[in-house]
Write a new protein. Structure first.
Length: 423
């Protein structure tokens, strides 16, 4: 009885799992194909890196809200005019000047120092926002690379699958010639081996495609499903010359501009340390019974007299840091210009190679393989077809690699200029 009940439970569970899988597959099939732009937008909406940068911006804004404000007052307790030698040592009543005091003290940094602190906090907000822009650019490019990996693998699969019918035809021709007494068993075996080798290559491509889809799912959070039509990787969203000349507007360089602002604000804060700070304190003294209580009011001011080894050292340090940031910024600008120029040159070069593949190399390889197979059908040798076939397979794979290389360079250039990203 228990075994029957357990079997029914397993059957119901299995049916439920099958139904759920069918529903999920139907839902995925109903979804529109995933285009590159849709993948980028979906990945941006779910990127943990952007959530982390948004939290950084929120933190810097909270810090900025308290920048430049007066420090908390200090509550003081104590004894004033307390005797410690005879006569009347250690007695609260032996001397009429002895008083128990309670007071409050408020430090008042200079207006220049508070203004510099607010400027530094504002610069740090700009730096956090620039980091988020740079992160968004990096995330867009990485999502595009993941989509391109899957797309390029699909191109490989399509290019190899297009040769499957010809491989089957060569096997049939070799078997027919063997049955007719014109061919050899070696040719028949070679044709079958060539067909099996193609099947192995297709299996490897399927495994690569599964891995590429897993890489894309890492950004999307869900299985990607079918891919949509690729954009025209032969056209950039903006002119290549404008990209080279607009390096300062590009996302990676914006972070450096913000770092310069932070360094400048830190320098101004160091200079503000030369200005004197003030403090105000008030206390109330409770004396023995019968004696008047007393109130004390004090105003203090700092005396930055020895600035050579104090404030001036800090100013020199901040000045050196600002100079370093400026130099690093210029180096980053040159490196970015070089990287963009190299990427544009590589993208244009791959474009010319792809055009040559499409217009010359692939048609020639196809004609060579067809001519060799026709010659074999007419009584010639199988080896020319085998050679042409292997050369065409390698050529098609090289063509797919060229498509992927150009697409990745396109993505690295297309997403250089920042887009609007809501903090």
């Amino acid at each position: 009885m228990f075994s029957l009940h357990f079997a029914r439970h397993l059957m119901v569970t299995g049916l439920a799992a099958l139904l759920w899988g069918a529903v999920a597959a139907t839902a995925r099939a109903a979804e529109p194909p995933l285009t590159l732009e849709a993948a980028v937008q979906q990945g941006l909406a779910r990127a943990p890196q952007l959530e982390a940068r948004a939290a950084d911006i929120a933190a810097t804004r909270e810090e900025a809200a308290r920048a430049g404000r007066l420090p908390d007052p200090t509550l003081t307790f104590g004894l004033a005019n307390y005797p410690v030698t005879s006569p009347g040592a250690f007695s609260l009543r032996s001397d009429e000047m002895t008083a128990r005091t309670v007071g409050v003290m408020q430090a008042i940094p200079s207006r220049t120092a508070r203004r510099a602190e607010r400027a530094l906090a504002s610069a740090r907000i700009d730096a956090a926002q620039a980091d988020r822009v740079a992160t968004a650019q990096s995330v867009r490019e990485r999502i595009a690379d993941a989509w391109i990996d899957a797309w390029a693998t699909e191109q490989q699969r399509a290019l190899l699958a297009g040769l499957h019918d010809e491989a089957a035809l060569a096997v049939r021709i070799a078997q027919a010639r063997l049955r007719g007494g014109e061919g050899s068993a070696v040719d028949a075996l070679a044709a079958r081996a060539e067909s099996a080798t193609l099947d192995n290559r297709l299996e490897a491509v399927e495994a690569d495609l599964a891995a590429a889809q897993a890489g894309l799912q890492r950004w999307l959070g869900t299985p990607p499903g079918a891919l949509g039509t690729a954009p025209d990787f032969g056209q950039l969203p903006m002119d290549a010359d404008r990209l080279v000349s607009a390096v300062d507007r590009q996302a990676p360089l914006q972070a450096w501009a913000a770092r310069e602002q932070v360094a400048q604000a830190a320098l101004e804060q160091a200079r503000a340390a030369r200005q004197p700070d003030w403090s105000v304190s008030a206390s109330y003294g409770k004396r023995a019974a019968g004696l008047s209580d007393m109130v004390m009011l004090e105003v203090g001011v700092s005396l930055p007299l020895f600035t050579r080894n104090r404030q001036d050292r800090g100013i020199s340090a901040r000045q050196a840091q600002w100079d370093a940031v400026q130099a690093d910024h210029e180096d980053a600008r040159r490196a970015q210009r070089e990287a963009v120029t190299r990427a544009v040159a590589g993208w244009q070069g791959w474009g010319r190679q792809i055009a040559r593949y499409q217009q010359v190399l692939l048609p020639l390889a196809r004609d060579r393989a067809r001519t060799a197979l026709a010659g074999y059908r007419g009584g010639g040798s199988l080896q020319p077809w085998l050679d042409a076939r292997r050369a065409e397979i390698e050529l098609r794979l090289s063509y797919a690699d060229a498509l992927a290389a150009r697409a990745r360079l396109w993505a690295s250039l297309a997403y250089l200029l920042p887009s609007e990203v809501t903090p």
